[in-house]
Design a protein around this ligand. Structure first.
Ligand SMILES: [Zn+2]
Ligand SMILES: [Zn+2]
Length: 395
């Protein structure tokens, strides 16, 4: 089968120190300090037979993620942008859905409690948590110390077939009735990014009570999905701030009730105006520019009449937050970090929400084939209007 694989040269920067879990020449937790001259190649690979707990999935849809863009994007000195866990060469792709075409005898379907049947529609977690380390054993798989990541450190789903252990799979058969087969695959590929948003605003942010106001900063896939989830959770105003007009329009289709253009409007003033001075219960930082947005965040907390705001930091950023502790103290506010999508009932809850009508597909703005991945990864390095590009042709 044809795969879209990322190749790069192991060439550590002078200040790089091989970490405890890094493997010289092969695998590192600090990608941008090591990998140089990334290349996208179409490579022929085969999948081996599944082990007892594994399945083979025929991939039907796979989303292109910002991380994929950053693994291919390089700075002037040739090093990749992506700062995290990577082992190259690897087939990219981690936001996928597909059908089971082979299953080991112990590959249990969590929907039925029995072995996976051929043809079952599934999606998968991207984080291959170990289940043995302290964070895993304590119930926090998003912080696994022996993590592998599908499409980053092990082969992913920019390919016709992928082999995955059944423990990371979730059935999406519940989508079939409401959406039909074609849309079922698209929605299945959005469960992973939607689960990142759910983990951020519900699990880490503590959720909301019906009637509360929320602010989402940034309408990438995670910010957009957060609009859907918070609206579904009963938010009064779901206020989205995003510079791209196309993305603002998409966010309204996803569940935002109000949109703000942060280039031409003052975000905090508009939030206070929309909420009649109450402010927000929850603010999601999904821009990756915390030092730019934080003055607005603090003004909403400081001047809004409601206390107890929680700010959730979900976007990754090599940046410092200019935070004033006094604001948190006086306004009884919290700042929490969110990472990952596994555990805590997140995947099954997102799948239930979509099954019963939470249609997150407006975030898909383009569909492509495997041959078009490279040109789109290049285009996305500068484009801000596409939200989610999805591969639907794997020939
Ligand atoms: Zn992703
Ligand atoms: Zn672990």
């Amino acid at each position: 089968m044809r795969t879209v694989s990322l190749h790069a040269t192991w060439d550590p920067k002078p200040d790089f120190v091989l970490g405890q879990k890094d493997v010289e020449g092969k695998s590192t937790y600090l990608g941008s300090k090591v990998w140089r001259n990334p290349e996208i190649k179409i490579v022929e690979k085969e999948v081996s037979d599944p082990g007892p707990t594994e399945v083979i999935i025929e991939v039907m849809a796979c989303g292109v993620c910002g991380s994929d863009v950053h693994m291919y994007q390089k700075s002037e000195d040739g090093y990749i942008y992506y700062p995290g866990l990577t082992a190259f060469p690897a087939t990219l792709g981690h936001e996928f859905s597909g059908k089971i075409i082979a299953a080991g005898d112990l590959a249990i379907n969590k929907r039925t409690g029995n072995k996976y049947e051929i043809g079952e529609a599934v999606c998968a977690e991207e984080m291959v948590w170990c289940s043995y380390c302290r964070p895993c054993a304590d119930g926090f798989p998003n912080h696994c110390e022996n993590l592998e990541e599908i499409g980053f450190s092990i082969d992913g789903a920019y390919a016709k077939y992928i082999k995955v252990d059944a423990r990371y799979l979730w059935s999406i058969e519940g989508f079939r009735k409401l959406y039909g087969e074609e849309k079922m695959w698209l929605l299945g590929s959005l469960v992973e990014p939607t689960s990142v948003a759910y983990n951020a605003v519900i699990e880490r942010g503590g959720g909301i009570r019906p009637g509360e106001n929320v602010v989402v900063l940034g309408a990438g896939p995670v910010g957009a999905a957060a609009c859907s989830i918070l609206r579904r959770a009963g938010a009064n105003a779901v206020i989205l701030s995003e510079p791209s007009a196309i993305r603002r329009k998409m966010a309204l289709d996803m569940g935002a009730t109000h949109v703000i253009d942060p280039i031409n409007e003052n975000v905090a003033d508009r939030v206070l105006e929309i909420t009649e001075g109450h402010g927000a219960k929850l603010i999601l930082e999904a821009t990756g520019l915390p030092s730019v947005v934080w003055s607005d965040v603090e003004k909403i907390i400081w001047e809004g009449r409601a206390v107890n705001t929680t700010v959730v930091v979900v976007a990754r950023a090599d940046d410092r937050i200019p935070l004033n502790g006094e604001v948190l103290q006086v306004r009884r506010a919290n700042v929490v970090g969110a990472q990952g999508h596994s555990g805590h009932g997140t995947f099954p809850n997102v799948i239930s929400c979509i099954s019963s009508g939470m249609d997150v597909s407006p975030m898909i703005t383009k569909k492509i084939g495997l041959d078009e991945v490279e040109e789109n990864l290049t285009m996305l390095q500068t484009d801000r209007d596409e939200v989610k590009i999805t591969i639907t042709n794997f020939e």
